[in-house]
Design a protein around this ligand. Sequence first.
Ligand code: ADP
Ligand code: ZN
Ligand code: ZN
Length: 732
Amino acid sequence: MSIFRLAIPSPLRRQFDYLPPEGMSRAQIDSLQPGVRLRVPFSGRELTGYLLEVCAQTDVPASSLKPALELLDETPLVDPQLLQLCHWAAAYYHHPLGEVYSTLFPKRLREGKPRLPPGSPGWQLTARGKGLPEEALPRSPRQAQAISLLRQQAHITAAELKKNEISNTVLRALQEKQLIEPCVISDHSLTPRSNPGLALNDEQAVALQSIKAAGAGFSCHLLEGVTGSGKTEIYLQLIADCLRRGQQALVLVPEIGLTPQTLARFQQRFDADIAVLHSGLTDGPRYLAWEAARSGAAHIVIGTRSAVFTPLAKPGLFIVDEEHDGSYKQQDGFRYSARDVAVKRAHIHGCPILLGSATPSLESIHNVEAGRYQHQQLTRRASSGGMPDIRALDVRKKVLQAGLSDTLIAAVEEKLQQGQQVLLFLNRRGYAPTLQCHDCGWVAECRACDARLTVHRRRRRLRCHHCGATSALHRQCPQCHSERLLAAGLGTEQTEDFLHTRFKQWPIHRVDSDSMQSKGAMQALADEINRGEPGILLGTQMLTKGHHFPAVSLVAVIDADALLFSADFRGEERMAQLLTQVAGRAGRADIAGSVILQTHYPDHPALLAMLHTSYAEQARAMLRRRQESGLPPAGQLVLMRTDCPNAEYGEQFLQTLRSRSTPRLPAGARLIGPLPSPMQRRAGKYRCQLLLTAPDRRSAQAAAGLLVATAETLSTRQGLSWSIDVDPQDVF
Ligand code: ADP
Ligand code: ZN
Ligand code: ZN
């Protein structure tokens, strides 16, 4: 008897046994390899499962064994190393294996559809497109041109269409009319070429040489280089080397939409197929990029978090840019860290991996100190501008207009008069964080969360920044009907209004997730800013993500205090990273930059550290403190969370979990809680957490396994769901 043991995307942490599909021969069964997809019946539905092994026996009673419905692949679509990575990740993050497997595949394949032939991405006419009369589309000459090109050639690569000046917008419009569809073109064998790189400075040359000297096998390097020190140039030269060896490079970045400049630099440097994978892609292009990576047609793959699982035919190099960035950690479902998974993946494939940042995470610095990662440092800027001069501006008792003191306003004015650009940082979008009644004190709160609603004046709405709920902006207090409503506190919209009146003759650009919603908005802005005309950039955290604004000579943090007080143990690390990254935007070209931090706490130790020491020194001091307190990366954390419409069930569940697990906890492991989460109610659910601390990874893993196994035996009351988060980002 043959039993197919499968991983199936389901919340259950177990494997599932099936009989082979009917009519499958012995020889066929014996030739099957792990990883092939099968269509199977699963609790009244049909799902795509993944073969783990063919075995001879099962504990499932014969009467309830069902045959799989169909074998979908003759051979597995992903290599054994990637499957091994999934097994590691499922075990380490204690996540159901089937769900981890399904993150490997694009939607089309997860849904059990067949593949398109391998090769490079292109477009072809649909049956409807083929039947379209010649003179159709008279009002869209570009669309008509695309159709006529496709009539002549059957398939055309996306790149070729671009050469004919047919934009993605045109293609998308045709796709929406169901006239064309994406396809894969198989006769494709482009040899990549690299254009010459810059002549490296001494520090860069040393870093590049050391990384190369480590050889082609696994080694992990932390490239710690101040902003503008030329890290990207090192990536580019390493990639050129990788392509010369005939291998592929995978580059992870925090956010592609926000860093069009990085992508443009890659495209300028290489005549090569670059596959881009990010969350903004629709299913068709995503599938094609995946196939191109898998087949080896794409030489370079650039993507955000989930791209770490992209199959590669000939992996040769992994790069994680801005490795400290919080977006690498998935915060729901399969809670993995793409950086850590990338390191494991490079290890499995036996390839070098490079983690780059101006503000490395304490985890990576710890790994350098422990001798696990090699360390390369760039301490100077590559271009001529020196490091900016940073100072705190004491605003106590000063008049503030939309958050700006007179001193800051004067400094902004001076820079604008000199024809330079100014960047103002305020990490709060909207007009004001609170709407309050001046007569009775009523405050607008979210119905579903323990949170206040933010005033968005442009759209005349109140919005919850936690669950996304919106409502119309009140004209009257719902409690006392007064019309004296105050928008209390400060957001970017408000400061923008002020800047428009105060600095009328100069352009003001607001950059936050509200103003940058449309595709290409960031690119347009970057182009505009890089023309170098004087003006003001005002924005949130979005502004700190890897942009180069060479003409910015003054950076000001309007409310540094907002960053100073955080309950989470990572608060000071995040603040130092954020401030260093913001400050790093100043003076990148030949203008010396300056940075002003407005504060009411000029003597706060974190602020003083910011002024008088480099990030590198601050990070090492923070690491010592973590070691003293046994917090990560010195100790290990795992968080069990519950989510429930009822306020008490979660706590009861975690209490039972705690008392059942405690007797069997490994030595040194401790449970703290259950405690309500920092924001207890969010999107209508009450959240509660149980924190596990452990001195090392081994005991943390053993304890996490115990917690999950115990939780699975507990009955959950209606509506309660629980999850586990290994190496959580936010704890308190
Ligand atoms: P990072 O990635 O560390 O922020 P970049 O690689 O983007 O730094 O380099 C910052 C700026 O310095 C870019 O404009 C880049 O073109 C320039 N640059 C980098 N390396 C060199 C070099 N060796 N010689 C001259 N300019 C360089
Ligand atoms: Zn009122
Ligand atoms: Zn809400």
